[in-house]
Design a protein around this ligand. Structure first.
Ligand code: DGL
Length: 361
């Protein structure tokens, strides 16, 4: 710097230079934030109740995605966020058509270079199902994180804002790349395949009881401790890009005194696949087994699952699947076995190939 300039001018120029470099570094930091798109579908996270103490009996799917984002200004510290309202429904009303539209939108966005990750806000009732459907149909390694809330935003200690913040920072994290579709609530990270809603109303409802969660989110950072051993996303064989419907697959539930009426009605209505959520290790009641055999003979694919919730549904355990030409669900819950069978039936009706899919995904 020239020595014949007045000191004050020199100091001013030096200060301006320092500010420019600081802004440059902030700008650089802002450029480095990942681009995360939030796709909002409704649910309690977008719900509202009559009072701050209303944690049940509120209305789901009333608050739009822009309001959800505005309610958590801290999101801008962890990602460059954009919002899209894809649906506004309570998730008990989710349909195959919603899933197809969502999967197509996710794949379109993730194919864009300016999208680094996606968060899907969703009702908790069928969140685990949507997550698994996407786990099998998303064609990218980029993070896709499903998030919900057990309390509406109007409630004392609402869990939605912190769940959304955590989901966005997870979707923005390189550590989440290639992990499959993730579910993030209650500071925990779960795999789409193995997580389930285990409580009707408490904030710790989402659990992976025996196979275990994948990690935690703490202090604004995700910590992974395991990864799923099953295939998903880019390694899955299912392509829904040209599908407008999915094969009809229904679930029948096993219990003491069960009869074949529900099963026969579903088969008569055109089910292409039936998931039998049996008692214990998928046992077949004598009153139902003949109807299952008859359905199989009509070409309906039968999958034996369990209503129990944990453990392996053993092929040829409680029934001779080889002889009956049934499929065993492995560790999938009935609702997730339904999703895998639906997608399997878009490719084949060969039960040996389908059984292999249940050991693969
Ligand atoms: N109606 C339920 C749903 O949209 C509310 C439960 C929730 O979102 O937590 O899934």
């Amino acid at each position: 710097m020239s020595h014949n300039l007045p000191d004050r001018l020199v100091r001013t120029v030096q200060t301006l230079l320092a500010c420019t470099m600081l802004l440059g570094s902030y700008a650089g930091a802002a450029e480095k934030l990942a681009n995360v798109t939030i796709l909002a579908t409704g649910g309690t996270i977008a719900g509202s109740g009559a009072s701050a103490t209303t944690t049940v009996g509120y209305t789901a799917a009333t608050v739009g995605v822009d309001t959800l984002i505005k309610a958590v200004p801290e999101l801008s510290n962890v990602a460059q966020v954009k919002g899209e309202q894809v649906f506004q429904i309570a998730s008990e009303n989710m349909t195959n058509e919603h899933w197809l539209a969502l999967a197509k939108r996710v794949n379109t966005l993730l194919a864009q270079a300016d999208v680094d990750g996606i968060v899907i806000t969703h009702g908790t009732d069928t969140l685990e199902e949507t997550a698994y459907f996407l786990d099998l149909t998303v064609k990218s390694k980029k993070p896709v994180v499903l998030v919900g809330a057990m309390r509406p935003g109007t409630a004392l200690s609402a869990d939605g804002p912190i769940n959304l913040y955590n989901a966005v920072l997870l979707a923005a994290s390189r550590d989440a790349v290639g992990k499959g579709v993730l579910v993030a609530l209650n500071d925990q990270i779960h795999s789409a395949r193995d997580v389930s809603k285990t409580n009707t109303s408490t904030p710790d409802s989402f659990k992976t009881p025996e196979l275990g969660l994948l990690g935690y989110i703490q202090g604004g950072k995700p910590y992974f401790y395991r990864a799923s051993t099953r295939k998903h996303t880019v390694d899955a064989e299912f392509d829904v890009s040209k599908l407008t419907t999915l094969p009809q697959v229904d679930i029948v539930y096993g219990y003491a005194n069960v009869g074949p009426v529900a099963l026969n009605a579903l088969v008569a209505a055109g089910a292409k696949g039936i998931i039998h959520a049996g008692v214990g290790d998928g046992s077949l009641a004598a009153t139902v087994k003949p109807a299952l055999v008859a359905a199989r003979k009509q070409g309906v694919v039968i999958v034996r699952a369990s209503r129990v919730g944990q453990g392996i549904l053993a092929r040829n355990g409680e029934a001779n699947d080889d002889e009956l030409d049934f499929v065993a669900a492995d560790t999938l819950s009935a609702q997730k076995a339904r999703i895998l069978l639906m997608l399997a039936l878009t490719k084949t009706s060969d039960t040996k190939a389908i059984q292999q899919m249940f050991y693969t995904y």
